[in-house]
Design a protein around this ligand. Structure first.
Ligand SMILES: Nc1nc2c(ncn2[C@@H]2O[C@H](COP(=O)(O)OP(=O)(O)OP(=O)(O)O)[C@@H](O)[C@H]2O)c(=O)[nH]1
Ligand SMILES: [Mg+2]
Length: 359
């Protein structure tokens, strides 16, 4: 089962109790307070890991509680800190506080993590309460409570290119042809109900991630069909490969179908509508598909590709074009990232050196 949205309860472990004790040793009268501090409670951490591709493993565990820290001991021994509790999620998971609605973190890359339930601090032992006038303090602190909250985890698939189009356009077949992914393929609409990812190899070390997404129909931006479920996942792809079936089973016009999907993308979000798009007529080996391609090219005044996942015709051209666009966009992203880092560093330097101190 593919799960891309889930709500869970998290609670950091409580801090350990501080100790109240007095040093008792032969020949050391009135040894004084020696109660140690309690250990820190374990925090609950959401971490992006490489071996998860959706949130279904979390479906049956709705409560995540960190372990409590150990109590302080005698002889000024501090209790052990509890280990953190890790919730593994796939990269692309957005973590939000359910009640406040604020974003806690967008876990984009493997290894990214966020503390969602901080463990409580350990309580202080009685040795901390000794003063000049009170040399036998019996006070100690209980451990601090762990932080608790409800959080929502939402997965938005991250892929370089996303296959979009009407149901039955041949999206899953194309993914299975280009990568090792094995999505379900059938001649009825809505075979694909959740995104499938595959890695397309371009020779050498270069690869890109291709996502096969559920079919889109008119009204999807309002929730018809798999609606938002589908559109949410397109959000984070760099390039769209728009597949158009030349002879739809329901007899609809392929050109009209193209415009329907463009309208839905635009209604859902302007950002989606502005994404780079490769337009592609599928099932090229069917007679008459070339005319459909020429007609669409003529109507839109831009390049339209023609390819068949069955014969392999035209596939390399589409992949080549996708790779070219992805490389350009990756470079642009890198430049933006470098600029952001430069800006942040400059700002940090400026705040560190007060103006009057600067030469
Ligand atoms: N002749 C021909 N048939 C194809 C080609 N590609 C896919 N098909 C057929 O088209 C039908 C639909 O293919 P899918 O890959 O399941 O289509 P889809 O776009 O993933 O459909 P949904 O998941 O329902 O949205 C299947 O019967 C495929 O065998 C092609 O290049 N040529
Ligand atoms: Mg499919």
């Amino acid at each position: 089962m593919f799960v891309d949205r889930i709500e869970i309860y998290v609670r950091g472990g409580n801090g350990g109790r501080g100790m109240c004790s007095f040093r008792r040793e032969k020949y050391i009268p009135r040894g004084g307070p020696d109660g140690g501090d309690g250990g820190r409670g374990g925090s609950v951490i959401v971490r992006a890991v490489g071996n998860a591709d959706n949130l279904s493993p979390l479906l049956h565990k709705k409560h995540w509680r960190g372990k409590g820290g150990e109590s302080g001991g005698t002889y000024q021994c501090t209790g052990s800190h509890a280990a953190d509790l890790i919730i593994p999620v796939p990269p692309g998971t957005i973590v939000r506080d359910r009640d406040r609605g604020n974003l806690l973190k967008d876990l984009l890359e493997i290894g990214d993590e966020v503390i969602v339930g901080k463990g409580g601090r350990g309580g202080r032992g009685n040795k901390h309460f000794a003063t000049a006038t009170n040399r036998t303090p019996r006070e100690f602190e209980p451990g601090e409570d762990g932080e608790e909250r409800h959080i929502t985890l939402e997965l938005k698939v991250i892929a370089d290119a996303g296959l979009i189009g009407f149901p039955n356009a041949g999206k899953s077949t194309m993914l299975s042809r280009l990568s090792r992914a094995t999505p379900e393929i059938a001649d009825y609409p809505f075979t694909t109900k959740h995104p499938n990812l595959g890695i397309v190899s371009l020779g050498g070390d270069s690869t890109f991630v291709l996502a096969d997404l559920p079919g889109l129909i008119e009204g999807a931006s309002q929730g018809v069909g798999l609606g938002h479920e589908f559109l949410r996942h397109v959000d984070r792809t760099r390039v769209l490969i728009h597949l158009i079936e030349p002879f739809p089973l329901d007899g609809s016009s392929p050109i009209e179908n193209y415009h329907t999907i463009r309208r839905e993308l635009g209604t859902y979000s302007q950002e989606l509508a502005e994404k780079s798009e490769i337009i592609c007529i599928s099932k090229a080996e069917l007679t008459g598909s070339e005319e459909v391609k020429n007609q669409l090219e003529h109507d839109l005044c831009r390049e339209v590709f023609l390819m068949s996942s069955v014969t392999g015709e035209g596939l390399s051209k589409v992949v080549g074009q996708a790779a070219k666009l992805i490389t350009e966009l990756r470079k642009a992203d890198l430049v933006k990232k470098v600029k952001r880092v430069e800006f942040a560093t400059e700002k940090a330097i400026r705040t560190e050196v007060p103006e009057e101190a600067a030469p």
